[in-house]
Design a protein around this ligand. Structure first.
Ligand code: GDP
Ligand code: IMO
Ligand code: MG
Length: 435
C-alpha cells in the first residue's frame, strides 16, 4: 500500500488530470497541494469532457474525498463557478466530498487585476519586469500577499471582523501600489461586501484538512496528491523568472497539504512524449516550423485556461532527467505518444551546448538558459497508429524503442502509458500504489 504524488515533469499540461482521474479509482482521497485556477486539467470519460482548474481531478468519480490543500491559492468566485459547472455536468460536489483547507490563502479580484496590469505594462516596457505570459488569474500577486503575511484566508470567511481587518491590511498595501501604477483604488466597502456575499457559499467546505488527512492515514486509506503546473515552472527549480509562483515539485505535496514527507511513497512524473510550453521563457527544443505546428494540431495544444496556443518541440531528455532528480520521481506516465504517430523521424535532446561546451544539465542562470542549444539524437518514427492502444503488444517495435530510449536517457522507468485523451486508453506497466 502506498500514497502517490503526481507531478508534471515539464512545463505543465502533460496530462496530469487524465492520469489522476485514472489512478483515483484506486485512491480514497485526492488532494491538490499548490497552484490555483491557473491549472487546467482535462478529463475525457466516454466522450464527455470535464475541465477542472481548482477541484482535484478525483471529484469526477463518486465516493472519493477531494481536498484543496493549504498550499493552493483559492479564488472563491472561480471555485463556485467551477462547482456549479460540474454540477450541471452531473458531478456531485458537496461538503461531504470536498474540503477546503482552512489555512488556504484566497485570491481576490484585485489580484487578477494586478496580474493583468503588470502583464500589460510589460508589453510596453521591461521596467517593471519581463512579460511572463501568466494566466492573469492573480496567482503571483496572491502568493506574494500570502508570503508577506497579509492574505485573507479561508478561515477568515467565518468572521465579519476578520474579513474587515484583513481587507484593511491588504488595502494599505494595494491602494498605494495601485496609485503608483495609475490604477483606480479599491473601494473598501465594496470589496468587503463582495467577500461577505460569497463567504457563506465557501464556509461549508472549510475544515482543518490536515486532521482529515491524518485520520485517513490512520485508517490506512490511500491518498493521491495531485500537482499542478510542472517542474520547469517551479519557482525555485524552473526557468526563473518565467515560472509560476509556487513550488510544483513532489516535496510540496507534504507542506501544501499538511502531512509528513514520510507519507509520500511514490512519485509519478507525468511526461509528454514531446514538449510543450505556454507563455514566455526559454524552450531549447522549440520547433518554430511545420513540424512544431503539426505537433500542436495533432496534440490539440491549446491552453484549457486561456485558450492560447502552446509552443511545441522535441522531447528534451536533459530537462526531464533533471526533473526526475529534483522531484524524486520514481516512475513516469508517458502521455500523448499517439501524437507522434506517422512521423518519419523523431529527435530527442540528449545534451546542451553552452558557449561551445557540452553540458548535461539545464543551468540556472536566465541568460544561460536562453543561450543553450540542444544536441539531438535522431530516432526512427513509426507509421502505425498507437491511438487508443490499451496493451503493450499493440505498440509498433519502433515506438517501444523510442520509449526504451527515453527511459534510459532520463534514468527512470515508464510506469504508465497514455495513448488518447480517453480515460481507459491507458496502459499500466507498474502500479504506483503497489510500490
Ligand atoms: P494537465 O494540465 O497536465 O492535466 O494537462 P491538460 O489537460 O492541460 O492537457 C493535456 C491534454 O491532452 C488534454 O486535452 C487531454 O485530454 C489530452 N491527453 C491526455 N493524454 C493524452 C494522450 O495520451 N493522447 C492524446 N492525444 N491526448 C491526451
Ligand atoms: P497545468 O496544471 C501550463 C504558466 C503560464 C505562465 C506561467 C506563470 O494545467 O499544467 P501564472 O498564471 O501561474 O502566474 O503563470 O506559468 N502556467 C501553466 N502552463 N500548464 C499550467 O497548469 C500552467 N499554470 C501556469 O502560462 O507561463
Ligand atoms: Mg493543463
Amino acid at each position: 500500500m502506498a500514497n502517490v504524488v503526481v507531478i508534471g515533469s515539464q512545463w505543465g499540461d502533460e496530462g496530469k488530470g487524465k492520469i489522476v482521474d485514472w489512478l483515483s479509482e484506486r485512491a480514497d482521497v485526492v488532494v491538490r497541494f499548490q497552484g490555483g485556477h491557473n491549472a487546467g486539467h482535462t478529463l475525457v470519460i466516454d466522450g464527455t469532457v470535464y475541465k477542472l482548474s481548482l477541484l482535484p481531478s478525483g471529484i469526477v468519480r463518486g465516493g472519493k474525498l477531494s481536498i484543496i490543500g493549504n498550499g493552493v491559492v483559492v479564488d472563491p468566485w472561480a471555485l463556485i463557478s467551477e462547482i456549479d459547472r460540474l454540477k450541471e455536468q452531473g458531478v456531485n460536489v458537496s461538503p461531504d466530498n470536498l474540503i477546503i483547507a482552512e489555512n488556504c490563502a484566497l485570491i481576490l479580484p484585485l489580484h487578477g487585476e494586478l496580474d493583468g496590469v503588470r502583464e500589460d505594462a510589460a508589453n510596453v516596457s521591461t521596467k517593471g519586469g519581463p512579460k511572463i505570459g501568466t494566466t492573469r488569474r492573480g496567482i503571483g500577486p496572491a502568493y506574494e500577499d500570502k508570503v508577506a503575511r497579509r492574505a485573507l484566508r479561508a478561515c477568515d470567511l467565518f468572521s465579519d471582523t476578520a474579513i474587515e481587518n484583513r481587507v484593511d491590511v491588504l488595502l494599505s498595501h494595494h491602494n498605494p501600489l495601485r496609485r503608483g501604477l495609475g490604477v483606480a483604488e479599491i473601494n473598501r466597502d465594496d470589496l468587503i461586501a463582495r467577500i461577505k456575499e460569497i463567504a457563506p457559499r465557501i464556509t461549508p467546505y472549510v475544515k482543518a484538512s490536515w486532521r482529515v488527512l491524518d485520520a485517513a492515514k490512520h485508517d490506512r486509506r490511500r491518498i493521491l496528491f495531485e500537482g499542478a503546473q510542472g517542474t520547469m515552472l517551479d519557482v525555485d527549480h524552473g526557468t526563473y523568472p518565467f515560472v509560476t509562483s509556487s513550488n510544483t515539485i513532489s516535496s510540496q505535496a507534504a507542506g501544501g497539504s499538511g502531512t509528513g514527507p514520510g507519507n509520500l511513497d511514490y512519485v509519478l512524473g507525468i511526461t509528454k512524449a514531446y514538449t510543450t510550453r505556454v507563455g514566455e521563457g526559454p524552450f531549447p527544443t522549440e520547433l518554430n516550423d511545420e513540424v512544431g505546428r503539426g505537433l500542436g494540431e495533432r496534440g490539440h495544444e491549446f491552453g484549457t485556461v486561456t485558450g492560447r496556443s502552446r509552443r511545441c518541440g522535441w522531447f528534451d531528455a536533459v530537462m526531464v532527467r533533471q526533473a526526475t532528480k529534483i522531484g524524486g520521481i520514481d516512475g513516469i506516465a508517458l502521455t500523448k505518444l499517439d501524437v507522434l504517430d506517422g512521423m518519419e523521424e523523431l529527435k530527442v535532446c540528449i545534451a546542451y551546448e553552452l558557449d561551445g561546451e557540452r553540458i548535461d544539465y539545464f543551468p540556472a542562470s536566465t541568460e544561460a538558459q536562453a543561450r543553450v542549444k540542444p544536441v539531438y539524437e535522431t530516432l526512427e518514427g513509426w507509421s502505425e497508429s498507437t491511438f487508443g492502444a490499451r496493451s503493450w503488444k499493440d505498440l509498433p517495435a519502433t515506438a517501444i524503442k523510442y520509449i526504451r530510449r527515453i527511459e534510459e536517457l532520463i534514468e527512470t522507468p515508464v510506469a504508465m502509458l497514455s495513448t488518447s485523451p480517453e480515460r481507459e486508453d491507458t496502459i499500466l506497466v507498474h502500479d504506483p500504489f503497489e510500490d
